[in-house]
Design a protein around this ligand. Structure first.
Ligand code: FE2
Ligand code: FE2
Length: 369
């Protein structure tokens, strides 16, 4: 890859080379035009934090300090990293989609995630000078399958279509939270990027939730195995909200870069600026439980009901990182924990049970757009 980017067009060449390198056949989405799309944003004025009431920052140089500019750059390339990471994780599924409909959904999700990455790079290159160009290039150099994406969740394997629909239901739901929190951002180009991205995100969530519903309706994949996929991806989703007590999140809020999930309707300022991540994660957990309740309505009598793993389970980030808790949230010894993980997460045993089910087909009920 070329090392220097002078214009956004130079970056586009790197993007097409990246598609090729990850094995994404661009001819599958040849009618799709990758583009940066800016909406209206939420308000011309800063809506929360220390600069509330002032005009939003249109340019990086409108932002008062270098410290703030660096943090904002960081926030944007972290978001971009997740977008490209997800396409890398999903790249091998194209040939294994259970139906043409599912393949169509997969390709739409992949091209839109790529567009989200494209959008973040457009913001970086158009606004942040050389450092933006360097970060936009680095976004196309890291690889999920080499473990070099910035967040652990985006280095995990997506092995099959149950992974895909669980991921789009719960990891893309984290995406919805992040984009919603960035929507009222004090940096106008970032705020204006979020509306169109959120619109696209809604389809990803639909693909995930309806996909899980279709698996349960078809009744071929044991509900116990679906539960293991929930354990894998929900615990990953909890981690994505970051440390429970985060001074970075507090700074992002004070500077108006990133609000609360319910910022638009919140009637008072946050009680504890250091606990913003925890607050967002709690809302996410509640929403996950509602989704699971609606899936449970489809689980036949006599079969075990699905549930969200306890937020303490399998955590790599936050107060419970590296601690040994069961899916029910009970503390375990090291030996118990090792055995427990093997039992509650999908692994080779489940892959063996699923292989003939996948092969026989019709393991997802028919889908409709
Ligand atoms: Fe996205
Ligand atoms: Fe998404």
């Amino acid at each position: 890859m070329a090392q220097k980017i002078a214009t956004f067009d130079d970056w586009k060449d790197l993007f097409y080379a990246w598609q090729k390198d990850i094995g994404f056949d661009a001819s599958l989405v040849k009618d799709y035009k990758f583009d940066a799309i800016y909406g209206e944003g939420t308000s011309p004025e800063i809506e929360f934090g220390e600069f509330k009431g002032r005009k939003k920052f249109e340019k990086v140089l409108d932002i008062p300090t270098q410290d703030m500019r660096d943090s904002l750059l960081h926030l944007i390339f972290y978001q971009g990293d997740t977008e490209f990471g997800s396409s890398e994780q999903q790249r091998k599924l194209i040939d294994t989609a259970p139906s043409d409909y599912d393949r169509m959904c997969l390709l739409r999700v992949m091209r839109e995630e790529q567009r989200h990455g494209w959008q973040m790079c457009h913001v970086l290159i158009s606004n942040f000078g050389d450092s933006g160009k360097v970060e936009a290039r680095k976004l196309l150099e890291r690889r999920a399958y080499n473990g070099t994406r910035l967040l652990g969740a985006f280095n995990k394997n997506i092995d099959d279509f149950i992974d895909f629909v669980t991921y789009t239901c719960f990891i893309d739901r984290d995406g919805k939270y992040q984009l919603t929190m960035l929507h009222p951002s004090s940096f106008a180009p970032l705020s204006r990027s979020m509306g169109p991205m959120l619109k696209e995100e809604a389809f990803h969530l639909f693909t995930g939730q309806s996909g899980l519903s279709r698996i349960i309706k078809a009744g071929k994949v044991p509900v116990e195995i679906v539960q293991k996929y929930l354990n894998k991806w929900l615990s990953t989703g909890y981690d994505l909200f970051g440390k429970d007590c985060s001074s970075a999140a507090a700074r992002f809020y004070r500077w108006g870069f990133k609000g609360r999930f319910d910022e638009a309707t919140a009637s008072s300022p946050p009680k504890d600026l250091d606990r913003l991540n925890e607050e967002a994660r709690n809302l996410y957990y509640k929403e996950d439980c509602q989704i699971i309740d609606s899936l449970n309505a489809l689980v036949p009598e006599g079969k075990p009901k699905l549930c969200a793993p306890d937020p303490k389970f399998n955590r790599q980030i936050g107060d419970c990182a590296g601690k040994m808790y069961s899916v029910e949230g009970n503390p375990l010894s090291e030996a118990e924990y090792k055995e427990h993980l093997a039992k509650v997460l999908p692994g080779p045993v489940e892959a063996k049970i699923l292989a003939p089910i996948f092969k026989a087909g019709n393991w997802m009920a028919a889908g409709t757009a």
